[in-house]
Design a protein around this ligand. Structure first.
Ligand code: FAD
Length: 330
């Protein structure tokens, strides 16, 4: 199907906002990326699923985006259909909360903290929506979404299904939804149910406020970045020769901070055009102004090369790419 035909078909679905040539730089925190041929937004679950069905049948590339805080879009843009779901309803009952995938994760954190529901307070300040947090098993300070996710409702391309946490196949910053996309089958997360423990609202609020303050120092809200570029490393994956340089205090939960290796190879302060590595944290790259996706990819490639040459380690990106050659196609 041509872009025009796909556009006509999508525009006929009720409750969809359909735009042509929408600059994705507007929808990514890096502020980079060319246009999506067709951009769709809706808060209506049935319309979102209908759009995904139509997108799949069009034969054009298509993808789901959230709030764009972990996304790097090519300068040439995305020649296909980008779908965004903004349904954000939340419903609580006892120690459970069910929330639609388009809700901001922070709204869920604030709600649960306020209700004295313990489990997400350490994840305060992680930008993005709930669907993406499930997709990437987001986490911080020793807590991940998998610790509280009880059920996930999703569209697998044919029908709407629901699975328990085991069915999500959660791993460190990974899930069945992410692995499926990388294998070329996009599953849409529609909503999720989270299970909490009874806590003390005041104590949870104090903990969350402390974490937010630390995070805001590390990532000022106006910084055009994606948090950490690379995943941390599982200790088991670090070659013996590289382990010799590590102190035991650096190993937490079986993982070693990638930032340490990056720092040893001189990453801090490196720049390529408008893209820079921060002076404080070697795993954070940001757009200092006028940066491009090409410059970002080059700098990421250079950092990977340096760590590979010095330590024999293959770094894996935590960020997701869209619009680049060789990227999986649903
Ligand atoms: C300053 C800063 C700090 C950060 N700190 C952390 C941190 O501490 N811990 C952490 O884990 N992450 C962190 N991140 C990364 C980011 O916040 C998370 O990856 C977040 O979950 C991305 O959410 P998003 O809505 O922006 O998703 P996007 O960046 O828009 O998309 C990310 C991926 O999710 C997929 N996706 C989005 N919605 C759906 C859906 N409904 N169904 C299926 N797939 C979907 C997209 O296809 C894409 O592949 C940080 C980012 C920034 C900018």
């Amino acid at each position: 199907m041509s872009i025009d035909q796909a556009h006509a078909r999508l525009a006929a679905i009720a409750s969809l906002q359909v735009t042509r040539n929408e600059p994705l730089a507007r929808h990514t925190r890096f502020g980079i990326g060319g246009p999506a041929s067709i951009f769709i937004e809706t808060a209506d679950e049935a319309a979102f699923v209908g759009a995904a069905r139509a997108a799949r049948e069009s034969g054009l590339p298509w993808m789901v985006i959230g709030m764009g805080t972990n996304l790097v879009v090519a300068d040439a843009g995305y020649r296909g259909i980008a779908l965004r779901y903004s349904g954000a309803a939340m419903k609580a009952g006892g120690l459970m909360v069910r929330v639609q995938a388009g809700a901001a994760l922070q709204d869920l954190v604030d709600f649960t903290v306020g209700e004295g529901l313990q489990g997400l307070e350490s994840m305060t300040g992680i930008p993005g929506n709930v669907g993406a947090a499930v997709y990437g098993n987001a986490g911080a300070y020793g807590t991940s979404i998998s610790d509280v996710a009880a059920r996930v409702r999703y569209f697998d391309g044919d029908s709407i299904r629901e699975t328990d946490s085991a069915g999500c196949g959660f791993r460190y910053r990974d899930s069945i939804f992410k692995r499926n996309r990388l294998e070329g089958h996009a599953w849409l997360i529609l909503s999720a149910e989270f299970q909490f423990q009874a806590g003390e609202a005041e104590a949870l609020r104090t903990k969350a406020a402390g974490i937010l303050e630390t995070r805001n120092r590390k990532y000022p809200p106006e910084m055009k970045c994606a948090g950490s570029i690379f995943k941390n490393l599982l200790l088991a994956s670090v070659p013996e020769s590289a382990r010799a340089d590590l102190s035991t205090s650096m190993v937490k939960g079986g993982k070693v901070p990638t930032a340490w290796f990056l720092e040893q190879v001189g990453a801090k302060g490196l720049a390529n055009g408008g893209i820079r590595v921060t002076d404080d944290h070697a795993n954070t790259l940001y757009n200092a102004g006028g940066g491009t996706a090409a410059q970002l990819r080059e700098l990421i490639g250079e950092l990977k090369r340096r760590v590979r040459v010095r330590y024999g380690l293959i770094l894996e990106e935590e960020i997701q790419y869209a619009g680049f050659e060789g990227e999986p196609r649903p």
